[in-house]
Design a protein around this ligand. Structure first.
Ligand code: SAH
Ligand code: SF4
Ligand code: F3S
Length: 474
């Protein structure tokens, strides 16, 4: 149960589905998203592509002409959840045979036509780089065919598409800055489902952030699987592509976005320990609106395991990166991802993960049991030899430790005044508001003068391991 709570809202097969809403008399699209923030962001691109073809989104599946499910393959249970959902959709379709059911995202890319042909669960399959083709694919289904496009692209970034925000009246939005991943972490399916890494034109990113700001948004999260390797007009060998155009790296991009407005908070996800440069940290230190929060997935605290994971850094390197963060941005919150029970993990190697957590004292962590994924390097090279019970026990030890650090991290804020961006009413009580600090901590406080989308000062008076509790002050 605890794992669920902690995983909520992250690369999360757990509790992450979200339904779209915009209604109209025209054709209706229902879209449900699972997985990481990138998938939620992609669903907004899909809604934009479909709206050009006359589809408005609906929150009621029974009204829909087209039902799309944007899926995740990161762990086996992520796929199981989607399969259950598809079986439910199949029942709906038997009552309404004209309804088109399509699968998008990473599971579509991984399983390709088998979902159509062998399993007959859907009418349409579109991979992450094929969304511009959705209107054609839907037409094909209309002519009685089963439609598939799972081509991966080297240059598609949907840069020109202005996403339809599915979270209406929002304060915070995702902005995709790059797609795909060129790292080959041995446990990870993403390079197979998302293809090669490519960066989006920085001008279109700044433009999208400016539009969001003008529409009342006050926070953007720049998304990529490895944002530190963002590069524009530079090849992966470091050569300049067009000498007449400027080059842009991630630190420079962050500055460009920071300058949209000092009132616009900027976050990003995900940093990679092997690529995160001091430049990025210096940019964060320089601009108040570049939030003091870094998600730096460690995966394991043991250098041999990290080697088997093909992560490209050692325990020592990782700890040096943590030191650099503390030095350059003294009040920066740090979170991580940890995997328990990777192939061949000994008890001593697991203990190294625990001791690394003791050394870093993360403010927050997402913690997972290793789940073998087809075609990955680990599947081909190593045996998934840690018994499930051992994986679970190790995960519990990791979670127990993290809960203590999360609580301690929040307790340290008691007595401080935090600048909070109000996201809206608290989910648990309509007499309270909630919002986040620069360090990404959720704060709940009784309603005062502050409205959704405004910054207020909140004096922290109490906390749990997940939430700060306080009182608005002038
Ligand atoms: N590109 C990002 C996100 C990758 S997926 C990054 O590098 O951090 C998010 C997290 O899921 C990973 O950090 C990892 O902790 C976890 N994960 C990925 N594959 C997994 C697998 N096969 N089993 C268990 N956890 C996995
Ligand atoms: Fe997967 Fe590694 Fe790429 Fe992250 S950096 S998406 S873990 S291959
Ligand atoms: Fe899942 Fe694909 Fe994201 S596998 S975590 S939805 S990139």
């Amino acid at each position: 149960m605890e794992e669920k709570q902690i995983l909520e809202g992250r690369q999360g097969e757990v509790l992450d589905s979200k339904r779209a809403e915009v209604s109209s008399t025209s054709k209706k699209l229902y879209i449900e998203s699972y997985g990481c923030q990138m998938n939620f962001s992609d669903s907004e691109v899909v809604a934009a592509i479909m709206s050009k073809k006359g589809y408005n989104t609906t929150r009621n599946i029974d009204d829909a002409d087209v039902v799309l499910i944007n899926t995740c393959s990161i762990r086996d249970n992520a796929e199981k959840r989607v399969r259950n959902r598809l079986t439910e959709f199949k029942k709906k379709k038997s009552d309404n045979p004209d309804m088109v059911v399509g699968i998008l995202g990473c599971m579509a890319e991984r399983l390709k036509k088998s979902l159509l042909e062998q399993e007959k669960l859907v009418d349409l399959v579109a991979g992450p780089d094929a969304y511009r083709d959705l209107p054609n694919l839907i037409d094909e289904v209309g002519t009685g065919q089963r439609a598939v496009n799972v081509l991966l692209s080297r240059d598609e970034t949907y840069a020109d598409i202005s996403p339809v925000r599915l979270d209406k009246g929002g304060v915070s939005a995702f902005v995709t800055i790059m797609r795909g991943c060129d790292n080959m972490c041995s446990f990870c399916v993403v390079p197979f489902t998302r293809g090669r890494e490519r960066s989006r034109d920085p001008q279109t990113i700044v433009q999208e952030c400016t539009e969001l700001f003008n529409n009342g948004y006050r926070e953007v999260t720049l998304l990529g699987q490895n944002v530190d390797s963002y590069r524009w007009n530079i090849t992966n060998k470091g050569e300049i592509k067009d000498p007449n155009l400027p080059t842009v790296n991630f630190a420079q991009l962050m500055e460009m976005v920071a300058k949209v407005s000092p009132e616009l908070r900027v976050r990003f996800s995900t940093s990679h320990p092997k690529d995160m440069t001091d430049d990025v940290l210096h940019a964060m230190a320089k601009y108040e609106n570049l939030c003091n929060y870094i998600h730096l997935p460690v995966q394991s605290g043991n250098s041999d395991v990290l080697k088997r994971m093909n992560r490209g850094y050692s325990r020592e390197w990782y700890l040096q990166r943590i030191e650099a963060i503390h030095k350059i941005i003294p009040d920066c919150a740090i979170s991580t991802d940890v995997i328990s029970g990777f192939c061949g993990e000994t008890e001593a190697e697991h203990k190294d993960t625990l001791s690394l957590m003791d050394a870093v004292k993360y403010d927050f962590a997402y913690m997972f049991k290793y789940s073998e994924r087809p075609k990955t390097l680990a599947e081909r090279k190593f045996e998934d030899d840690i018994p499930d019970e051992v994986k679970s026990n190790r995960l519990s030890e990791i979670i127990d430790k993290q809960l203590k650090f999360s609580l301690a991290s929040n307790q340290k804020r008691i007595g401080l005044v935090e600048k909070v961006l109000i996201e809206g009413e608290s989910k648990r009580s309509n007499e309270h508001m909630c919002g986040r600090t620069s360090r990404n901590s959720m704060v709940v406080f009784p309603k005062g003068n502050g409205k959704k989308g405004q910054y207020v000062n909140v004096k922290i008076t109490d906390c749990t391991s997940a939430t700060l509790i306080g009182k608005e002050i002038n």
